[in-house]
Design a protein around this ligand. Structure first.
Ligand SMILES: Cc1ncc(C[n+]2csc(CCOP(=O)(O)OP(=O)(O)O)c2C)c(N)n1
Length: 694
């Protein structure tokens, strides 16, 4: 075979050296593990020929990479050093991708544009879509963020992870928006022990993609370095020029077991393993070099011996490096530069007089003002745009969200900044993660809290973890707005749910849960101006209530996170609450006043963090505490508040801490059932009375 353009003998030998280095690193790391000096290993063996070729076709610190765990040879080709890899293996503090936090081969290296990857198989696809969309956006808006005109977003996967629904969600966005993404499916035939025939019909993803007409699909023999080099160079040239996606499915081998925890002899026949070994790309390439006179067996042996010796010396050095400081376990959960709990975000309203506006209106104004101020902000979600068909925009009044919170934003800021997403919640959050990792500020909407669950993986394992897992080298400061809760009469169990406690259990995620138009506006501005991922919960019962309306506080008004609001002062009982039940509690407190019971109401305003100090000061005064929330009782966030009060305010208490929440069931469609389910004023009255009698 003639050498492809640009390939030389020296480059062939260099490529071979990288492949050997990759394989020998696998061997060395497995050996470290045997000696208990490393703690996990997942090999890149069998994938080297394909990935060195990919690395040569792509440009480090120019293109962007979402590389999965088999991509060791790609990382070496891009410029990650063997020493850096060994630092990851031993979990050293100096591990450049995660500081000893992530298992080895979960690649991430900011200097090369290799975005921090989690261990979740399948979450990378939507992030790649977001990352690619961010590139177009950065260029269109001429933002001062790293971006190259002809950049490619590389996103790799095994053939198994392609079964994830998120793959298909992402493919829709990538193809519909014609994003410059190279999807590399590294098909080694097995997902741990499950053969690809079990993943999808026919066991080959390529023919199944025929309906995506504008997606170029290439199938290659991933064991043949020169074929890979030629085909990937062609794919990359096409993407750079045409700005269209390509999916390459490469067949390769897996000569080693899936990981250290696996033994493939348990589920593969010896003949199958032998066949794999005989097709091993590294072996085939050494044979090619010798057969075509580019090297000799003796020279390749010398090269291999040199690599082994070099890795041996590095191993000694790396083992002498320090493990992470135990105290660093709490680092990089939140931004150290922008502290949204600080008094910097305590900015008073310009005026409290004037026309009063409901919560939906003040949220909408805040979004308008922030979008005018910061071109990095883009808004997307289901039905958030005024009218997707732009040509009709002048002839319709516009949708702007099912609750109108985003109304007029598309008209004011354009369809590239405000757009409808497909009906796929993981797609909304996953894309936001990808965009925010490139410096944009997505403010996305989940239409109903009840439908947040498809996005749970992206919220829990991605959005919330990026900063921590990457040791602060990447961050994902997106804001996810969610309409939450019931008290709606007729909304039923799938438009009324709460569940803030589930997310309060997610370190790295900030949570707001305002109860007034003013707080909603101030907290949203803080969320947007901050650098942490925020789950912004908007009680939909309150969107249009005149009783929680407020005057426009101006375009700098902010409320810091973690600072509760004393709704009314009282002497006898501290009532801690948030969201819709703040107003029901207030109504109850007015009635109790006439009975001679004085209730102090604390509105937490944010769940993560929550303001324990204000609660504790109040309990020290009243000596009694009741927590009221709309969410169901068992494991509701009230349990956390109650436990903390019981533990840290014990000597102040004259009665056990009491909780009132919804019945542990589901909101019914019939108003009678809804009323029976959710805490009512009468329930609060009863709870306070019995607490005060204790
Ligand atoms: C969402 C998710 N489910 C399960 C796992 C556990 N797991 C890790 S790798 C793997 C198999 C992946 O197979 P494939 O995508 O074919 O890649 P390969 O390992 O063969 O290269 C599984 C099931 C995971 N990490 N993430």
């Amino acid at each position: 075979m003639r050498l492809p353009r640009g390939m030389t003998r020296a480059k062939l030998i260099e490529a071979y050296k990288t492949m050997v280095t990759s394989r020998k690193l696998d061997d060395r790391e497995m050996n470290l593990l045997k000696k208990n000096q490393a703690f996990f290993h997942i090999p890149g063996a069998g994938h080297e020929a394909l990935l060195v070729a990919a690395g040569l076709a792509l440009k480090p610190a120019h293109d962007w990479f979402l590389a999965y765990y088999r991509d060791r040879a790609l990382m070496l080709t891009l410029g990650m050093s063997p020493r850096e890899m060994l630092l990851c293996s031993v979990g050293a503090a100096a591990d450049p991708g995660s500081g000893g936090r992530q298992i080895p081969s979960n690649w991430g290296l900011d200097r090369l544009n290799v975005i921090s990857r989690s261990s979740c198989q399948g979450t990378q696809f939507l992030q790649a879509a977001g990352c690619a969309q961010a590139g177009s956006y950065i260029r269109a808006k001429d933002l001062d963020l790293p971006c190259a005109e002809d950049e490619i977003i590389y996103c790799s996967t095994g053939e198994g992870a392609v079964s994830q629904g998120e793959f298909w969600e992402a493919l829709t966005v990538i193809v519909n928006r014609s994003l410059p993404v190279l999807l590399l499916v590294e098909d080694n035939g097995y997902a741990i022990s499950t053969p690809s025939t079990e993943q999808y019909p026919g066991g080959n993803i390529a023919p199944l993609l025929a309906g995506f007409e504008t997606l170029r699909v290439q199938q290659i023999d991933g064991n043949d370095f020169l074929v890979c080099y030629r085909e990937l160079a062609s794919a990359c040239a096409y993407i750079r020029k045409e700005r269209r996606p390509v999916l390459v499915r490469a067949t390769i081998t897996r000569p080693y077991s899936h990981s250290v925890s696996d033994d493939q002899k348990q589920y593969r026949l010896p003949a199958d393993l032998d066949a794999d070994r005989s097709r091993d790309g590294l072996l085939l390439f050494s044979k090619y070099l010798i057969d075509n006179g580019y090297s000799t067996a003796a020279d390749l042996d010398v090269l291999e011996a040199e690599v082994v010796a070099e890795l041996g010396a590095l191993e000694k050095d790396v083992l002498a490096q320090a493990q992470p400081d135990p105290s660093s376990i709490e680092e990089h959960l939140y931004s150290a530069q922008v502290d949204i709990t600080s008094s910097r975000f305590d900015v008073p309203p310009v005026s409290t007089a004037g026309e009063r506006h409901n919560m939906a209106t003040l949220l909408n104004r805040c979004l308008h003002q922030e979008m005018a101020r910061d071109a990095r902000i883009c808004v997307f979600g289901e039905d958030v745009a005024d009218c997707t068909l732009e040509e009709n925009l002048d002839r319709v009044s516009g949708k702007g969200g099912v609750f109108k919170v985003t109304k007029g934003l598309q008209r004011a800021y354009g369809s590239d900044r405000v757009f409808n997403a497909p009906l796929a919640e993981a797609g909304i959050v996953g894309r936001a993660v990808g965009m925010s990792m490139r410096g944009l500020k997505p403010v996305v909407e989940i239409q109903f809290f009840d439908y947040i669950w498809p996005a749970m993986m992206q919220l829990r394992n991605e959005l919330a973890t990026v900063r921590h897992r990457s040791n602060g080298t990447f961050a994902s400061p997106a804001v996810v707005r969610v309409a939450i809760g019931g008290y709606l009469r007729g909304a039923g169990m799938y438009h009324s749910q709460c569940g803030e406690s589930i997310f309060a259990h997610v370190p790295g995620l900030r949570i707001a849960y305002p109860s007034t138009a003013l707080d909603a506006c101030g907290l949203l501005r803080t969320a947007i101006r901050g650098e942490d991922p925020v789950l912004f919960l908007e009680p939909k019962h309150l969107y249009f209530q005149p009783y929680c309306a407020d005057a426009d506080p101006g375009d700098e008004f902010c409320v810091p996170f973690g600072r509760a609001r004393c709704v009314r002062e009282g002497r006898d009982v501290t009532l801690v609450t948030w969201g819709t039940t703040v107003h029901r509690s207030f109504e109850a407190a007015l009635e109790l006043e006439s009975e001679g019971l004085s209730v102090e109401i604390i509105d937490l305003r944010t769940i993560s963090p929550w303001d324990f100090d204000t609660v504790a000061a109040s309990v020290a005064k009243t000596n009694r505490a009741l927590i009221v929330h709309e969410d169901t009782l068992v494991c509701g966030f009230g349990a956390e508040v109650a436990s903390r009060i019981s533990q840290d305010c014990f000597t102040d208490l004259d009665a056990p801490v009491r909780r009132l929440g919804a019945v542990d069931s589901y909101v019914g469609y019939s108003p009678v059932l809804e009323q029976a389910m959710l805490p009512q004023v009468a329930d609060i009255l009863e709870a306070v009375r019995s607490l005060s009698r204790f």
